[in-house]
Design a protein around this ligand. Structure first.
Ligand SMILES: [Zn+2]
Length: 413
């Protein structure tokens, strides 16, 4: 167990790992996302296939391990960093006259691919912000290789002497598959484990599933794996360590679910819940729940969205006026912009950065051409928050805001 001084340096999303070899023909290729290379005496099973551009590296690593053909590719879920290396791999195998592997996924995965293609421009836009992808690079997958075979709850197959048990779960997505290899006591779990507080309530993305995620982790722990291969970051070894990891995160998810549900039952509205939900020290300090990608606040948002409509309890907000009109009224009352700016600066000095941001927003939203000093102060405030923020997603959103304002501040050509 790591202590909390290590929280900031946990290996989430590490692309430094490279290839790791384990017993029973199990190999983990640790790139941005992980690819499990599972060797049998009758061929190879790939669990997850990375980004499209990971294809050549995957092929190189498989070739270094064995001459056996790739017989199956299993998508752990349909995200861009897990299910898109397959296209390149199929092309390469075809060029070399090798047999075509069978691609297996949960039955919801093709629906995800359909949605991604229908909303490609939107996914480009939100992923560019979430991952801070420069404007000149594509921010989302273009080529979709659909599974040949889908299943609903569970399926198993045998290759050589090895059994592959696929189990459906919902967690970060509604199309998760985790794989159990009984002979190796190994679980390949894709993003059901990412070395971070689970990414539920992602500010950009569709609904995710807290209690189902907990159930999946409990089921994984119930198999008593000796080796757990996650979707990102290094493997976890040892029965007790894996059990503690899975069950701690499951408990935290069930805790937040209960926290939101019981507060809703008490008649609390979103703002009250978001400002007051409990996050016990046990979880706040747990290395398994470091808020370095997902965040407990986001999880509460996600659970709220799942069980609650968008109405916030204040009838003034049912059909609200545009924020620009509200800001213009407030600024009119304040009388002069300097007064608001100096109060915002004072709040910043006192460490109330978030409150200062709200004040500066009145100045920015009230005008078509906001004053430079207000924009510059907002940049400083966002940079302040980003500097203290552990969550990659939150930090990228804050710094995305900085980049946007800086563009606005550039002299027009
Ligand atoms: Zn992932």
């Amino acid at each position: 167990m790591a202590d909390d001084t290590k929280l900031g340096s946990l290996p989430v999303l590490s692309n430094q790992g490279g290839i790791k070899h384990f017993e029973h023909g199990v190999h983990l290729l640790q790139l941005w996302a992980n690819i499990c290379i599972l060797e049998t005496d009758e061929g190879v099973v790939l669990f997850d296939t990375g980004f499209e551009f990971n294809g050549p590296r995957i092929m190189q690593e498989v070739g270094a391990i064995t001459d056996q053909p790739i017989r199956y590719m299993v998508y752990g879920h349909g995200h861009a960093d897990h299910a898109f290396g397959s296209g390149w791999l199929l092309d390469d195998l075809q060029k070399r006259g090798a047999p075509r592997p069978t691609i297996i996924a949960h039955e919801n995965l093709p629906l995800r691919f359909d949605r991604y293609q229908e909303m490609l421009a939107y996914h480009e836009h939100i992923n560019r912000i979430q991952f801070a992808i420069p404007d000149n690079l594509p921010a989302f997958a273009r080529r979709y290789t659909y599974p040949d075979l889908t299943y609903r709850e569970a399926m198993s197959f045998k290759l050589g002497k090895v059994t592959f048990e696929l189990r459906h779960a919902q967690g970060e997505t509604d199309d998760c598959t985790w794989l159990w290899i009984p002979e190796a006591k190994t679980a390949c779990v894709s993003d059901l484990w990412v070395w971070s507080c689970p990414n539920i309530g992602n500010p950009f993305k569709v609904q995710r599933y807290e209690t189902e995620w907990a159930k999946a982790l409990e089921e994984i722990a119930g198999r008593e794996p000796e080796l757990l291969l996650p979707g990102h970051g290094p493997a976890i070894s040892g029965r007790n360590e894996i059990k503690d990891a899975c069950l701690t995160v499951a408990r935290a998810l069930r805790f937040l679910h209960q926290e939101v549900v019981s507060r809703l039952n008490q008649g609390q509205w979103q703002e009250e819940i978001l400002n007051n939900f409990a996050w016990p020290e046990e979880f706040a300090q747990s290395p398994w729940l470091a808020p370095i990608y997902g965040h407990p606040y986001f999880i509460v948002q996600g659970i709220l969205r799942r069980y609650h409509g968008w109405y916030d309890g204040n009838p003034s907000h049912l059909f609200p006026a545009p924020s620009s009109a509200i800001a213009a009224e407030v600024l009119g009352l304040a009388g002069d912009q300097e007064k608001v700016l100096s109060r915002a600066r004072a709040l910043k000095e006192q460490g109330h950065t978030q409150l200062a941001l709200h004040l500066v927003d009145f100045l920015i939203q009230a005008r078509d051409q906001p004053d430079r000093s207000a924009l510059e102060l907002k940049v400083q405030l966002l940079e302040d928050l980003a500097g203290r923020e552990k969550s990659l997603i939150a930090r990228n959103i804050l710094l995305g805001g900085v980049r946007q304002i800086k563009k606005q501040l550039e002299p027009k050509k």
